[in-house]
Design a binder for this molecule. Structure first.
Ligand SMILES: [Zn+2]
Length: 246
């Protein structure tokens, strides 16, 4: 595993680039991010208004159906008035009629409120849609532009894949296997830079830390990395250490 650090560093860089390109290709580019957020937000508002409209319409239909049932009942009770045989039956029937009349009024109120809600939402929806038209067009144009940029990104991704194969082939199988283990263990980033820590007070003493976990790196390890390009793992986080070019 000696002397292969620079190839391993390049391999990590290529793998990172490949992953970034893949994310980019399956998503949207940075320059569309803001527009995309605005577009999704406005679209969600419109969707919510449309849902509200549906709910108000269905509430109104339900209130009308209830009212219709109550009207039927009322008609039935009114027909019975002529057939009552005594004061007690008459009183009971009047009671029923009062109750059903209350229910009719209640259904009318609910239906009217639902209608008002519907009309208000409809107005809001019209306004939201009118305001959305321009944004929607800009978004569609941007998507079209992004589609024309994609093939170039895909070409870059293909190039990077080739580079990855070449770099992997240049490593000894043992080093490659070692790198892959660390790469997978650390979910795609096997490397950690070595950072020189400013030392005050002590003469000539230099202290090095792992930039990833901040654990101290032995001076001997720094020599092995800097002078021989050897693969040395951080004692703490077990990433492959490298010295970042200044
Ligand atoms: Zn570390």
């Amino acid at each position: 595993m000696d002397g292969q650090l620079s190839s391993v560093t390049k391999l990590q860089e290529a793998l990172t680039e490949a992953a970034d390109l893949e994310v980019l290709l399956s998503g949207i580019p940075d320059w569309m991010e803001e527009l995309h957020t605005e577009h999704s937000g406005r679209q969600a508002e419109i969707d919510a208004l449309e849902e509200g409209l549906k709910a108000a319409a269905s509430e109104r239909r339900a209130a009308e159906a209830t009212e219709g049932d109550c009207q039927e009942k009322l008609k039935g009770y009114q027909e019975q008035i002529g057939k009552v045989r005594n004061q007690r039956e008459y009183g009971a029937l009047l009671q029923e009629i009062d109750t059903v009349k209350d229910q009719i009024r209640e259904s009318e109120d609910i239906g009217l409120a639902a209608l008002e809600q519907y009309e208000s939402l409809e107005k809001q929806l019209d306004e939201a849609k009118a305001a959305f038209a321009d944004l929607d067009q800009r978004y569609a144009d941007s998507l079209k532009k992004w589609e024309t940029e994609k093939p170039e990104i895909a070409r870059q991704a293909e190039e990077v894949s080739k580079t990855i194969v070449e770099l992997e082939q240049a490593l000894t199988p043992r080093t490659l296997a070692h790198f892959k283990r660390v790469f997978e263990h650390h979910e795609g980033n096997a490397m950690a830079a070595v950072r020189k820590v400013q030392q005050t007070g002590k003469k000539g003493a230099q202290i090095w830390h792992c930039a990833s976990c901040n654990y101290r790196v032995r001076p001997q390890a720094v020599v092995e990395i800097a002078s021989h390009g050897n693969l040395v793992l951080c004692d703490s986080c077990k990433r492959i250490l490298f010295i970042a070019e200044v």
